[in-house]
Write a protein of this length. Structure first.
Lengths: 426, 149
């Protein structure tokens, strides 16, 4: 018997692993075929990693290999392909479990992404546990996906959304959070890292304070998981969500971590195949974790691609990635802040990954178009965080966001591009 | 390859920096709001209609250079026109910026022809047409804000 699935975890970055002496970003870049191209005749400088990341060859190969060698429906067939597909899919779950340092594999639920993870918790845990007059605490820097599902729930239940304010640096005002936490609080939902500001929130402390009142905490880890070591047990997070496509994996796949005790007590999310253990028209018995929350044929290719992406990140070493990105961010912050007319939006003392700014009086949209002509991809707009824009009194910002393959040269190109923008508008 | 200079023509840059008719119109009898949620552009267009005729027009709001210049030049081009004439200019302008009407008539456009470069930048079409959609809503007397999404 050929047991191809083993190869899914054998996806080392090409060439020798980075040594202690340093992180070899040039070698890393070679793993990402998309980066080699030209855009409008200029080398691509991809600085939109907070929106989505590019995929290394190792991920592309894992997906191709899955379809070339192992494809079948999971958890269903007695035949060998189904066995291999199931094994590969469940191995991806174990990889995600280890990545988050979760206690058990069944605490990892595969979902479409962070958005679905949050909606799942809102529609199951939230609907079961919230009543009129209860409160949910979020922050002023949340992504819309960590606002709207709670608003919908509050509307349905007659509950109330409370928002922890932020200061002018874009940091959470913990004293205000402590004031908001009270007997009415039923849930705290908070981003680990802000996609609009780059702020790293003190989630460990936030969770500790919530737990003192017996309140569970959901952490939106969409921007943190790709950039820093996450240990859900050390954080004592009750729920933790992230998206595959932001961590060098495929779209359409993400992870919801939940403590087994909470997941067990929650009603299912969607009904269908795989999530049941027996069905009659009188009564249906739900399957055990994690399958209770994974109705229907899952995104097998996605999970396997995500597993390959997490393996890839692990091999580079999260400490190395964090250190490298911090270096690029610090360099970019210094260079961009020095340009006339630049105002940084988000200057938290604990920051990662994201440089949001305005270049007055030029509108971010014009900046984006001109940079694109120089081959530089950034994001402009409200970054799905309109309340943040309102807080800083800007309609939109320009945002450069960094990934594990970005370099100081990318930052130099950005600065040249911004000077070009200033020339056009001179 | 699209050239930036085609998009950011001098006239456009100049209008974006010093927009014409940029004020609230005290005696407006029609007005509409338009926004582009994607980039946060937001304008209000004010109209003073006398019968079928656009006696005065102005706008206010914030947006990128393209949307602001387009709004500014729009007010200049429709002032004194009839409603039907204004709608006709809008149709021609739309054809121009989407590149859809290369052979169609564009004789009414006049100075607005500087926006032809927009057709090379499809994502900017919404910027160039936002004020026009808003004008259209104001002419129709719609109450709801128009959105380019
Ligand atoms: C902080 C944050 N939360 C949630 C999301 C939503 O992620 P997704 O669109 O992958 O569901 C994003 C990304 O857009 C994000 O940056």
């Amino acid at each position: 018997m050929t047991t191809a699935p083993n190869t899914y975890t054998d996806l080392r970055p090409s060439g020798p692993a980075p040594t202690d002496a340093g992180y070899d970003v040039r070698r890393v870049r070679r793993d990402f075929p998309i980066l080699a191209q030209k855009i409008h005749g200029k080398p691509l400088v991809y600085l939109d990693n907070a929106a989505t990341t590019q995929k290394p060859q190792q991920v592309l190969d894992a997906i191709a290999r899955y379809y070339s060698e192992d494809n079948a429906n999971v958890h269903r067939g007695v035949h060998l392909l189904s066995e291999r597909a199931t094994e590969a899919y469940e191995r991806a779950r174990t990889i995600a479990q280890n990545f988050l340092n979760a206690a058990r594999p069944e605490e990892i639920i595969f979902v479409r992404g962070t958005t679905e993870a949050i909606n799942l918790v809102a529609q199951t845990y939230g609907r079961r546990n919230l009543a009129a007059g209860d409160e949910i605490i979020i922050t002023a820097m949340e992504h819309h996906s960590n606002i709207v599902p709670w608003q919908m729930l509050c509307e349905e239940k007659g509950a109330r959304l409370r928002v922890v304010p932020i200061n002018d640096r874009g940091e959470l005002q913990l004293e205000e959070y402590e004031k908001l936490l009270g007997p009415k609080t039923k849930l705290v939902a908070m981003g680990h890292v802000s996609n609009a500001l780059g702020t790293i929130n003190p989630v460990r402390r936030i969770i500790e304070l919530a737990h003192q009142q017996g309140v569970p905490v959901l952490v939106d880890g969409a921007q943190a998981a790709p950039r820093m070591k996450v240990d859900v047990r050390e954080l004592d997070a009750d729920f933790y969500a992230f998206s595959g496509h932001k961590i060098y994996g495929p779209t359409g796949i993400g992870v919801l971590y939940g403590k087994a005790s909470l997941l067990e007590a929650m009603p299912p999310y969607q009904g269908g195949g795989d999530m049941i253990s027996s069905v009659t028209f009188e009564k249906t018995l739900y399957n055990k974790l994690p399958h209770k929350f994974e109705a229907g044929t899952p995104h097998m290719e996605g999970a396997i691609g995500l597993g390959a992406a997490l393996d890839y990140v692990n091999r580079l070493g999260m400490e190395n990635i964090t250190a490298h990105e911090q270096d690029v961010l610090a360099y970019a912050t210094e260079k961009v802040a020095a340009l006339p007319g630049v105002r940084l939006i988000g200057t938290a003392r604990q920051k990662t990954g994201v440089l949001s700014f305005v270049l007055e009086p030029i509108h971010p949209h014009d900046i984006g178009t001109i940079l694109d002509q120089e081959g530089i991809a950034i994001r402009t707009g409200h970054h799905c965080a309109q309340p943040v824009m309102l807080r800083f009194g800007v309609p939109a910002t320009a945002r450069a966001s960094f990934g594990l393959y970005n370099t100081r040269e990318d930052v130099d190109a950005l600065v040249r591009g911004l000077n070009r923008v200033r020339e056009v508008f001179a | 390859m699209a050239d930036l200079r085609d998009l950011y023509q001098e006239v456009i840059l100049e209008h974006s920096k010093q927009p014409r008719n940029y004020r609230e119109l005290g005696d407006a009898n029609h007005k509409a709001e338009g926004y582009n949620p994607l980039c946060g552009d937001h304008f209000t267009v004010y109209l003073k209609l006398a019968g079928e005729k656009i006696q005065d027009v102005s706008f206010q709001g914030s947006g990128c250079a393209i949307s602001k210049a387009s709004a500014s030049m729009m007010t200049q081009s429709v002032k004194g026109k009839t409603m039907a004439e204004a709608e006709k200019i809008f149709r021609q302008f739309h054809g121009l910026v989407t590149g859809a009407e290369h052979n169609g008539s564009q004789e009414e456009l006049g100075k607005l022809a500087v926006f032809s470069g927009v057709s090379e930048f499809p994502v900017r079409v919404k910027c160039a047409t936002l004020a026009w959609h808003t004008l259209h809503a104001a002419l129709e007397g719609k109450q709801e804000a128009v959105s380019t999404e």
